[in-house]
Ligand binder design. Sequence first.
Ligand code: SF4
Length: 472
Amino acid sequence: MSARKKQLKKHRILVRIISLGCPKNFVDTEQAAADLLIHGCGLTDSEEEADVLFINTCAFLQSAREEAETQIRSALLWKQEKKGRLVVVSGCLVNWDKSGAFRDGLPEVDAWLPTHETSMLGSVIQRLLSPESVRCIGHAASPDPARLPLTPSHYAWLRIADGCDNRCTYCLIPSIRGGLRSRPEKAILEEAGNLVGSGVRELLVIAQDTSAYGRDLSKDGTPRLAKLLRKLDKLPQGDDYLIRLLYLHPASVTDELLDVMEEMRHLVRCVEMPIQHVSGPVLKRMNRHIDEAGLRRVVSNLKERGFAVRTTFMTGFPGETEEDFRKLAAFAEEVRFERFGVFSWSEEPGTAAAAMKKKVPEEERERRRGILMAIQKKNSRALNRKWLGKICEVIVDEVFPGRREAAGRTLLDIPEIDNSVTVTGLPANRIRRGGIVPGDRIRIRVDRAGIYGITGSWTEGKQQTSETTEKA
Ligand code: SF4
């Protein structure tokens, strides 16, 4: 009997998961985790006790592909240490590697799964361990596979679509994940209801472009995000939940959508909308489907309606002049975006931008990125300092009873990515009664403010505005 068969007989197969890339890719990982449980496997964080190392990869940028390769090579070293161990790789890197050349360079990997098969991880492992025991491996992945949320229990990603039709000239995603495929509204509402019903207090709505949701479902190509949001705002399974909207595309943010967002009871008044640039000629070459005037109109419209904006910018795109860049820096300074990140353009083979002329030298791309990051730091510190002495609402992510402290975020912050909040002086009686748990929204009086974080003591007092989070 083969070592692997003995193994299968001996104990429950344990899988260690390494999930790389964006939250959308993380949902694939959660679907893979559900399939593991369905096929009798278990999850472990320990490489020592694991039988299988599963790596769900990202390939969006050269740096992401390098990170994935490093992870795979270290997994293959781990595999050599003990007979019978398996390494399974899935995700965007497999889709990106259209010729198979990358995979041919790593023949020791036991299985490669393209993104649409990631949710079949459990059956793939069963097949690898005992080929004869899995008769029907040929079956296709379910269009809307089950999912085992792997985030802390008080928040969850809610993916509403996959793929993208926008074709920004610097982006590989459409060639990796394909065109826009919106999930049926019924499936999304059912999942959201189950999540809220199971105690999730924060739904983070994601897709490559959430504002394009439903375009592929409607005859005339009209997006259906507004309609979906209205229903997400009235989930019968509970009333104490937040909805956080990410990855809006400025070209698809309409007044109708903003009207619905403004009426919503559960929507956090901070949305994420990657902007990338503001200069007309650069936006055109990026194929962002919006010009400078349109972009400024959308941003001021959001602000006038009380929404904080979290965004990303890109520096050093081919043809970006010093004047274009100065305009971008001035825009970031004058609008004072509550949260923003900056990427310098990365030359990705296979994108239209990679073939463009007038490339900006790498060190100049980085110099410009550094200038914008300095503005971001100044902005973030100034906005945090506005809370000093005031009462701020905080989402609790973790409680430390022994220290009567908690870690959390303001309503502007996305879990695991943005600014942090340290809460001191939690009332011992409330902690003892389990009265403060992750997901709770509490208030603190802010007494310290740094660049990427604030600290404050727990208070019963009412929330005071700091001009940024008018309504939440
Ligand atoms: S909107 Fe543009 S940047 Fe975003 S996934 Fe689509 S093509 Fe890529």
